[in-house]
Design a protein around this ligand. Structure first.
Ligand code: AMP
Length: 461
């Protein structure tokens, strides 16, 4: 099945083809026809599955197919016309037709960017991101353009609703993206309030890693006869991501290992996850001093600084992003080849989200966790959650001196190549383990013993 057979508007098909997508992903295959038919959706799909296009392509199709019936004046134009007549300009709230709610600012910006890409051949569809941390005057300016699509984080959206800047009476489509994460972050009351302000006749599409428990109950409350699509849950195997654990004796051993791992010439870009914001800053500083191009990303940074860091990462100016869990979900940078858990996450589910920052858009990835001997139980918890064993690897010359519990090293023989989706963004000259490029020879890099099998698997696709 290709995108043409889904019956999408020509302008959208062109944008999809420009993006290098040749066929719909499984979530798109199931969600797009249902959404085009006007059904509500409850979708569980893993991060990186192509879910943004699954809700945005049918929404844009609807806008592209609508005949233009408005009087054509934006609130801004009406203000100018009023001024020209010498009348006092009357404030008119924005009346969006579609609202996408996301848990984080990063995801909101990503959805906004994807919407611009998917809608680039359409004549008039405006999208605006309404997020915390952005100056109010700038957002009021965006709202005064009366965008058809708002992508928002709940808190800031409610500020604008309370001050009468947004009127949802014309809303046709409501999307809750990463709904489970929004609930985890305590947005339940905000979501209820926002949903209550929208028309009952809206189409509602809810996307979540899981549809169980609280999020499932909420999904049932706010949707009507939804089509339920279950692609995978958060505990799904990331089959295209090779995983391993390195046991560490102490902080100095951990830092030496990190330094060694990051000198691997097969790294295009890497993310290092830390437990604290302070550590993210400290490690980024340390890596920069050691000659890496690294930057930190965490919740204490202003939105402007966060955006600049992410842009530098996307442009390839930053090679190693050291981040807290603020970046564990949603962040989509296909050139991230490696994820390193400098600290293990608190919850097993977060591990799945963190490692999902690599292996994007059908590529392969490598996820490495640095673990104290005392944290063996936490690794087991992750293994139980993901239903996968994580092999223990050792680097020659950097072996732990203490005994790594009773696990023993395992081979990563359950790894299988991921699906064969190809992105045209893939660089032909991209270095792989098989073809390490000139740097590897220069640095005298030695492969670790059992890491070798993971590397071979990684390079083989
Ligand atoms: P998402 O889950 O929406 O964050 O998308 C994950 C990544 O998959 C993004 O880099 C998209 O550009 C990419 N993507 C989405 N749909 C397709 C497709 N049909 N074929 C190839 N890549 C896709």
């Amino acid at each position: 099945m290709n995108f043409e057979t889904l019956g999408l508007h020509q302008a959208i098909l062109k944008a999809v083809s420009d993006s290098g997508y040749t066929e719909p992903t499984p979530v798109q295959l199931q969600a797009i026809p249902a959404a085009l038919g006007g059904s509500d959706l409850m979708v569980s799909s893993q991060t990186g599955s192509g879910k943004t296009a699954a809700f945005m392509l049918p929404a844009l199709h609807r806008f592209a197919s609508e005949t233009q019936v408005s009087n054509g004046k934006t609130p801004n134009q009406e203000k100018q016309a009023a001024r020209a007549k010498g009348e006092r300009a009357r404030f008119k709230p924005a009346q969006p037709k579609m609202l996408v709610l996301t848990p984080t600012r990063e995801l909101a910006l990503q959805v906004t960017n994807a919407t611009e890409v998917y809608g680039k051949h359409m004549r008039r569809v405006k999208v605006a991101a309404i997020l915390g941390g952005m100056p109010y005057p700038k957002q009021l300016q965006l709202l005064s353009g009366n965008p058809e699509i708002l992508v928002a984080t709940p808190g800031r959206l409610i500020d604008h609703m309370d001050s009468g800047k947004i009127d949802f009476s014309q809303l046709q489509m409501l999307v809750l993206d990463e709904a489970d994460r929004m609930l985890d972050m305590g947005f339940i009351d905000d979501i209820e309030k926002i949903v209550a302000a929208t028309p009952e006749a809206r189409q509602t599409m809810l996307f979540s890693a899981t549809l169980d428990g609280v999020v499932g109950n909420m999904a049932k409350r706010i949707t009507r006869d939804p089509v339920v699509v279950r692609i995978a849950t958060a505990s799904t195997k990331h089959e295209n991501i090779s995983q391993c654990v390195h046991f560490v004796d102490d902080l100095s051993h951990k830092n030496k290992l990190l330094d060694h791992l990051l000198r691997d010439s097969s790294i295009d870009q890497a993310m290092v996850f830390t437990a604290t914001k302070r550590d993210a800053d400290m490690i980024a500083d340390r890596l920069n001093i050691a000659g890496f191009s690294a930057a930190a990303l965490h919740g204490d940074m202003h939105q402007g600084a966060r955006n600049r860091t992410l842009n530098s990462l996307r442009r390839g100016h930053v090679k190693i992003l050291v981040a807290t869990d603020v970046a564990a979900r949603g962040l989509d940078v296909p050139t991230i080849t490696h994820v390193v858990n400098y600290d293990l996450p608190k919850f097993a589910e977060d591990y799945v989200h963190r490692i999902g920052r690599t292996g994007r858009a059908g590529r392969n990835g490598l996820a490495i966790s640095l673990v104290n001997h005392a944290e063996g139980q936490n690794v087991k918890r992750i293994e139980r959650f993901t239903k996968q064993l994580i092999p223990v690897n050792v680097i020659e010359g950097l072996e732990p001196k203490k005994s790594p519990a009773s696990r023993g090293a395992r081979k990563s023989d359950d790894w299988k190549p991921g699906d064969k989706r190809r992105s045209n963004a893939q660089k032909p000259s991209q270095r792989t383990f098989a073809n390490p490029g000139p740097q590897a020879k220069k640095s005298g890099f030695k492969h670790g013993r059992s890491t070798e099998s993971a590397r071979r698997a990684f390079a083989s696709n």
